[in-house]
Each structure stands twice: as structure tokens, then as C-alpha cells.
Design a binder for this molecule. Structure first.
Ligand SMILES: [Zn+2]
Length: 168
């Protein structure tokens, strides 16, 4: 699913929306395209538009300050760059380090990306019990990092003119 990152007029990341919704916001002149997807243009009978990866609202929207990035399976996979925490191969599943059956929760610190094979092998055990080693520690991304990750804008690919966002 293609998603577009929405920035406030002040350049703070606000949310992600579908590509379709992003295009509507641009066509309604409510937002401008800050970053286009390379090599992808949208065509209609009347016009041609670069496919927006990041758009910025023209008017500033006041939003309640979010202290924490909401947890999601998708967010965990993005945080871990779709790499298995146990073997480093491509991951398509999310593993609970402390299994849910033992009280482990859906939290950033208790979940890692894992390949289906390792997830199956670890089953209802802790890494120690399964004799498996975590290649890296899970961490909690900042809310803005979570948004950047979710649209595939990683560190090192920050947008030109993107101000440093203070950690929550
Ligand atoms: Zn693996």
C-alpha cells in the first residue's frame, strides 16, 4: 500500500494518508508536494502530477502533542528494516521476545521483526529458552521517527530543509 507522509505547515510530521488522499489534498490546494516518488507520475485526462511521498499542509494545524509512537506490527517491521532480529534475513513476521502467553505485551521493547522460520522455531519460548540470540535490542522510536519509517523515509534520507525534531 502506498502511503504519503503529511507534514504540518511548520514541517512537523503529522500523519500518513493514502496516496489517493494525498493527491486530493494537493489538487484542492490544501497541501504542496515536498518530496515526490522518483520515477512515478500520476496521469489524468487533464494533468500530470508527481506521485507525492511527502506533502506539507499550507495552513498550520494545531495538534495535541503525542509523547509516544503508537505500536503496530507494521511499525515494528519498518523499525527493524524488515530484517530478522535473530538471523538478519528478510522478516515478514513480528515476534514477541517475551511470548504473549507469558505476559509479554504488544510494545516496542518486547517485539522484533523475525523471519517466519525463526518465529516458528522460537515458538512460545524466550530467546534464552530457545537458545536464540537477539542481534540487536528493540527500541522505541520517537513519534516522528515512526512516521518517517512508515513511509520509508529513513535516516540519511532526511528531506532537504527538514528541521531536527526534538525527541519526545
Ligand atoms: Zn530469522
Amino acid at each position: 500500500m502506498r502511503e504519503t507522509l503529511v507534514l504540518n505547515a511548520s514541517f512537523e510530521p503529522l500523519a500518513t494518508v493514502s496516496l489517493r488522499r494525498a493527491v486530493v489534498l494537493v489538487l484542492q490546494d490544501k497541501a504542496v508536494v515536498e518530496l515526490a516518488r522518483p520515477g512515478l507520475r500520476l496521469h489524468s485526462s487533464a494533468m500530470e502530477l508527481p506521485a507525492p511521498q511527502v506533502i506539507r499542509l499550507r495552513r498550520y494545524v494545531r495538534v495535541p502533542f503525542r509523547r509516544r509512537a503508537p505500536w503496530s506490527r507494521r511499525g515494528v517491521l519498518a523499525r527493524d528494516r524488515h530484517r530478522c532480529a535473530y538471523c538478519g534475513r528478510r522478516a515478514t513476521t513480528v515476534d514477541h521476545v517475551l511470548p504473549r502467553s507469558r505476559g509479554g505485551g504488544d510494545t516496542w521493547l518486547n517485539t522484533v521483526a523475525a523471519c517466519a522460520e525463526d518465529n516458528h522455531r522460537k515458538a512460545d519460548r524466550t530467546p534464552e529458552q530457545a537458545g536464540m540470540r537477539l542481534l540487536r535490542r528493540p527500541f522505541e522510536p520517537t513519534p516522528s521517527d515512526a512516521l518517517l519509517l512508515s513511509v520509508g523515509v529513513y535516516d540519511g534520507e532526511r528531506l532537504p530543509g527538514w528541521p531536527a525534531v526534538p525527541a519526545a
